[in-house]
Design a protein around this ligand. Structure first.
Ligand code: PLP
Length: 456
């Protein structure tokens, strides 16, 4: 993912002129001054953009001519996005207020949390070979033990370790589901923002939600007997709405799916980030038909960079997915698996989670008061009982695209709601997990100005 910076915006614009054929190879790029005026940025921003394009082989400096379009089509092709960039944002420039990130900031974790575990491992690792098919055995045991303590009893042989929940979804999509089938899912949903299922020829069938989660009667209404694929759901602290599916809704969904033989993918990666009370039992733990494939991950609670997730399901299914995983990458990083096993093994993870919940609770409290202070007359939202997303809906008609452009230009990042739907949306997703309380307040305060100016 490319960070959104002013120089990237200029660089992207230049690339687009070249791609569209407006500037042929050898054509002169407008002067730094003209570009700086055009984008209302400093010359240094334009210079940074041109430097980046030079490094990428897209433009070159020629003595006496200035900067010209290079004759290197592969470089240009490689630099273009393959599909709609749905997660365009990442902040690396200082001063940027990032309300978009689906990741916890470092200060939500105890000091040195990772170092302690790495320290415990040092000296213990003799070699790092390929691991067993389903993953590093002690990690499978640790995950099974942890899930069982959490209320979803599973055995190590029904666990496959994957490189993050995202890979779990890819394996399920490519290995178990068929082209042309429909994936039922909450709308909005995280799944709209990645293209895993659509790129394999499946279509997404959005189902409405209320404060108890996916609405069963709407699932029934949307349900088509031909080519059913699966139901994908994020029942705990749903991304992007933060909604928790109630226990009664879970039962309804399970019985609908059992009756219609519709398999379920339960993406439960936010479960542990509860702040008020522990979530209802997982769909997997209530399922008596072997209908649920469960996905867990350490990305939201511990470290997205470890790339550790898992799928829990019936053994024959896990066997098949393990084969595919072997073909894809010969297994998740041995080192990451050992680190994860150390975390999950001795209850250290549960202890860590208590710390994270306390820190996240403080952030939620201050995010709530910032929103109430600045946006209560122009937007509505529901404060989630956990996780770190707030789905904010504007009361008036407003171009989210224009708001986004204003905000990016001023260094404030959020996710437009349309990323998470099949069409347009009047909502945006804010995260209080990454930006600190003061930054959150500042971001909201500054956004209010533009919202009012842009309201139709
Ligand atoms: C609902 C949901 N599922 C899966 C993922 C991907 O997680 P991982 O980092 O474990 O691949 C995300 C990340 O944002 C998510 O929100």
């Amino acid at each position: 993912m490319k960070p959104v910076t002013k120089s990237n915006i200029v660089a992207d614009w230049i690339k687009e002129q070249i791609r569209a054929g407006k500037w042929a190879p050898g054509a002169k790029i407008p002067s730094q001054r003209v570009l700086a005026d055009e984008f209302s940025v400093n010359r240094s921003t334009v210079i940074a953009a041109l430097e980046q394009l030079k490094t990428d082989g897209i433009v070159e400096a020629v003595m006496g001519k200035g900067t010209i379009v290079a004759n290197d089509t592969w470089s240009l092709l490689a630099s273009l996005p393959r599909q709609k960039e749905t997660h365009p944002l990442q902040s690396t420039e200082s001063g940027i207020i990032d309300l978009s990130k689906g990741e916890l900031a470092e200060d939500v974790f105890p000091d040195g949390y990772l170092n302690d575990v790495l320290g415990r491992l040092s000296g213990k690792i003799q070699s790092l070979g390929y691991e067993e098919r389903g993953g590093y055995e002690p990690l499978r045991e640790a995950v099974a033990g942890y899930m069982t303590r959490q209320g979803t009893p599973v055995s190590p042989s029904s666990i496959l370790i994957v490189s993050g929940a995202m890979q779990g979804l890819q394996l399920i999509a490519s290995g178990l589901l068929e082209r042309g089938s429909s994936i039922y899912l909450e709308e909005p949903s995280y799944l709209y923002s990645i293209h895993t299922f659509q790129s394999l020829g499946m279509s997404l069938a959005g189902v409405e939600m209320d404060e108890e989660g996916l609405i069963t009667s709407d699932l029934q209404a949307k349900w088509k007997t031909e080519q059913p694929g699966a139901l994908y759901t994020i029942p705990c602290f749903h991304n992007p709405t933060g909604v928790m599916m109630s226990e009664s809704r879970r039962k309804e969904i399970l019985s609908f799916c059992a009756a219609h033989r519709l398999p379920i993918i339960e993406d439960d990666i936010y479960r542990e980030l509860w702040l008020d009370s522990a979530p209802p039992p997982s769909l997997k733990s209530m399922d008596t038909h072997g209908n649920v494939l469960y996905i867990g991950s350490l990305s939201k609670t511990l470290s997205p960079g470890l790339r550790i997730g898992w799928i829990a399901g019936a053994e024959p299914v896990i066997e098949r997915l393990s084969d595919l995983k072997m073909q894809a990458d010969y297994g998740t990083s041995s080192l990451s698996q050992r680190v994860a096993a150390e975390w999950l093994g001795e209850g250290l993870y549960e202890h860590h989670l208590e710390y994270v919940r306390k820190a996240l609770l403080k952030r939620r409290t201050s995010a709530q008061s910032s929103l109430e202070r600045h946006l209560s007359d122009i937007a509505e939202w529901r404060i989630p009982n956990g996780g770190f997303f707030i789905w904010l809906r504007f009361k008036m008609d407003i171009s989210i695209k224009d708001l986004y452009a204003e905000a990016v230009n001023e260094g404030i990042l959020f996710h437009p709601g349309s990323i998470y739907t099949g069409g347009a949306s009047r909502s945006i997703r804010l995260s209080y997990g990454y930006a600190g309380a003061a930054q959150f307040e500042e971001g909201i305060k500054r956004m209010k100005k533009w919202i009012i100016a842009l309201a139709k």
